[in-house]
Design a protein around this ligand. Structure first.
Ligand code: LLP
Length: 383
């Protein structure tokens, strides 16, 4: 919980990062993953803040990238290029070339056409690209439809039809080396049985590939472990123990095979809080009390984009009495609402609200729409 005394003189809105919690979370991930010899790649898209990235690098994690600029950034920030994986359905020629030149661990290839292009570019550079085939496993996890990626209707991954065509084509693609398989079924998944289903699907596919004579050295099951957005103060650290155990108990790895993970939200989600000041109280004609705050959807788009819920508290009110409010931002969009009908202590102009669990896909998705400033980062260990 952010302490009002610590932050009351800082200009709002800003992202507050609890570095001790981050450190603790990383420590648990390392401990649990090391039990089984698993390799973790941090999903850079969740939060590319420099200090957070440094913690991931020092922890020895690799990076999961989804654009050439992310690959470049990871290289510049000193990550081992041999721990960089590069996914994405639309890698441009320039992005592929850059990643090839830096000898990344693997391209997570999403289509037959992309594989042909990677092969061509590698050939023109007299090199061989290490590739994991991102398979669409046709699994629909229990999460929001916008962040589900493993269903057969989604744009992600290689379909069974294309997979067969790829296998036929491979003998002619001399400049790609298939090192393994990649999966990512979606994000904010709290039901561990979804990961169990993924593990079992991986087993089926492994057998299929073995029958075809493949010797795969790496299996990558992506990310997706969810966090507790409802009571974040009670569950600041996700269930990593259970998560890794599900894979250990269900996936059949072959001798010498490594299992890779791409964790984003679960690593950084709970360490971030958006602090915002109440600008105005107002009542609508329908009788609803609004508080208008100085942060908006430009700082945190998740509620507007996915109807995502973030726990909001008033950390400065001294009132015991509580009331129901809608909390909205200043942006000229009706969807610029953080939440509706939430209970807060009597809230007035000047109060500070804390919006929890914003460490992942918060600051990273900010925009300057309405020419608004970007909310800066503030770290718990530097104030
Ligand atoms: N690997 C791949 C290939 C991905 O596409 C993603 C996330 C991850 C790993 C990391 O997933 P995580 O561990 O963070 O669940 N903006 C949305 C989430 C989009 C997730 C995109 N892909 C949100 O705010 O909920």
């Amino acid at each position: 919980m952010v302490k009002i005394e610590k932050i009351k003189n800082l200009k709002t809105p800003f992202y507050y990062y609890d570095m001790e919690l981050l450190e603790k979370t990383i420590g648990i991930v390392k401990e649990e993953a090391n039990k089984y010899g698993y390799m973790v790649h941090y999903a850079l898209k969740a939060n590319f803040d420099e200090r957070i990235l440094q913690k991931m690098r020092v922890a020895g994690f690799g990076v999961d990238c989804v654009s050439g600029n992310e690959v470049r950034y990871a290289v510049e920030k000193g990550f081992d290029t041999n721990k960089i994986v590069f996914a994405g359905v639309g890698k441009s020629d320039e992005e592929i070339s850059y990643a090839l030149d830096h000898k990344i661990f693997s391209f997570n290839c999403e289509s037959k056409n992309e594989l042909e292009v990677i092969n061509e570019i590698a050939k023109s550079r007299c090199t061989v690209a290490d590739v994991a085939l991102r398979i669409n496993p046709d699994l629909n996890p229990n999460t929001h439809k916008y962040i589900s990626t493993g269903g057969k209707e989604n744009k992600f991954g290689i379909s069974p039809i294309e997979l067969k065509e790829i296998i036929e084509m491979l003998p002619n693609l001399k400049n790609v080396n298939i090192i393994g398989l990649h999966f990512h079924i979606g994000s904010q998944i709290l039901d561990l049985s979804d990961f169990e289903r993924l593990a079992l699907r991986v087993n089926e596919l492994q057998e299929w590939f073995e029958e075809k004579g493949f010797n795969l050295s790496s299996i990558n099951v992506g990310g997706g472990l969810g966090i507790d957005y409802v009571t974040p103060l009670e569950t600041p650290i996700p269930n990593f123990k259970g998560y890794f155990k599900v894979f250990a108990e269900n996936i059949k790895l072959r001798k010498g095979q490594t299992l890779h993970f791409e964790l984003g939200r679960s690593l950084v989600g709970q360490c971030g809080t958006l602090l915002t000041k109440v600008l105005y109280n107002k009542e609508t004609a329908s009788g609803k009390e609004f508080v208008i705050v100085d942060a908006g959807m430009t700082d945190l788009i998740r509620p507007s984009l996915y109807q995502a819920k973030h726990y909001i508290s008033n950390i400065s009110s001294t009132f015991a009495e509580r009331k129901s409010y809608n909390v909205g931002g200043p942006v000229c969009e009706s969807s610029d609402i953080f939440d509706k009908d939430i209970e807060l202590p009597i809230t007035k102009r000047g109060d500070i609200l804390a919006i929890s669990s914003v460490g992942a896909y918060g600051q990273a998705m900010a925009s300057q729409y309405n020419l608004r400033d970007f909310a800066p980062a503030v770290y718990s260990d530097s104030i």
